[in-house]
Design a binder for this molecule. Structure first.
Ligand code: CDV
Length: 311
């Protein structure tokens, strides 16, 4: 029996600081409805989809950022999105900022949930690779202070049996790391869904600006091919609070082909009917079981242990 999944990347144009959650949720529901019309079973929203990308600002008092976090998911303001998913029969991936109290301290993560076609959460992921500066840098026109605001994700890279396949999640900077995909591929992932917020210019690495789109695409094209999986990546795009955010939300096939990509920098949905059997086909081409040589890969994890020990 051939296996197909119609999936979409639902890109969001800018979300400004004063845009109420209710308004963003309406935009998400409109995209979900477009996804339904396009025959989608799953729609992928961006990283931190409910708010502006606040780590571009430094706030000495972290409590000032509470407005950007969700204390529960779903909650009163996001419940309509979950209800829409159940009504339309379309699942979704949603990136958001997660906050809770544990052991007398406040914990904050850059997280995402996977929601099924009945509007139920079936998986949660917390961003493992948390990039940027921990300390405010006054020389930069804007910051990228994720390590100051968020803990490293502590859930690893789980995968879920859902949507007729094996699905894994990642968030933004994770997509640039080969290990992200490899770990989930070894757990059988055939589809990885991710949201991102990537500025078009990096003020501390200006020589990289010309490569921004190329590097965004090449890491996922290589990963899709090397791991035999589909990747759906959804961006927050356009000029958000004075910062240009890259568009180029896309769907990448296991062949490495970019089969769909957004054309603009606003709210935009791109859908594709994915042949899931391409995943086992490309995995068997590499022959993971027979041809991998993990006895030569130890340094990948040993170096991490040494660095941690030296801290
Ligand atoms: N949100 C991100 O994780 N952004 C990173 C950069 C800009 C630090 C990225 O890899 O796009």
């Amino acid at each position: 029996m051939p296996r197909y999944l119609t999936v979409a990347a639902a890109q969001l144009g800018p979300v400004l600081r004063d845009e109420p959650r209710e308004s963003v949720v309406k935009r998400l529901i409109a995209l979900l409805e477009q996804g339904k019309k396009a025959g989608c079973e799953l729609v992928v929203f961006p990283e931190m989809a409910l708010t502006t990308f606040f780590p571009r600002w430094y706030m000495a008092n972290k409590a000032e950022t509470d407005e950007f976090f969700e204390r529960a998911m779903p909650n009163d303001r996001t419940q309509p999105l979950f209800e829409a998913a159940a009504r339309l029969g379309v699942g979704f991936y949603l990136g958001y900022c997660e906050m809770f109290e544990e052991g007398g301290r406040t914990r904050r993560f850059n997280s995402a949930v996977l929601v099924d076609q009945k509007g139920r959460i079936i998986g949660k992921y917390r961003k493992v690779h948390v990039p940027g500066n921990r300390v405010y840098d006054p020389k930069l026109p804007y910051q990228h202070m994720e390590p100051y605001y968020f803990e490293d994700g502590d859930l690893g890279f789980p995968v879920w049996q859902a949507f007729g396949t094996t699905v894994g999640m990642a968030i933004c900077n994770d997509r640039r790391w080969p290990e992200t995909y490899r770990v989930m591929a070894l757990k059988g992932a055939e589809l990885i869904v991710l949201g991102f917020n990537s500025p078009s210019q990096l003020p501390d690495w200006p020589d990289q600006n010309v490569f921004r789109v190329q590097h965004h695409l090449v890491c996922m094209q290589a990963a899709a091919y090397q791991n035999g999986l589909w990747i759906v990546a959804s961006s927050k795009a356009g000029r958000e609070e004075g910062v240009d955010m890259m568009g180029h939300s896309c769907i990448v096939a296991p062949s490495s082909d970019v089969v769909a990509v957004t054309q603009g920098l606003g709210d935009e949905l791109i859908a594709y009917r994915c042949d899931l059997d391409l995943a086992p086909y490309y995995k068997s081409f590499f022959g993971f079981e027979q041809n991998r040589r993990p006895e030569h890969y130890g340094i990948i994890t040993q170096m991490q242990r040494q660095r941690l020990a030296a801290q």
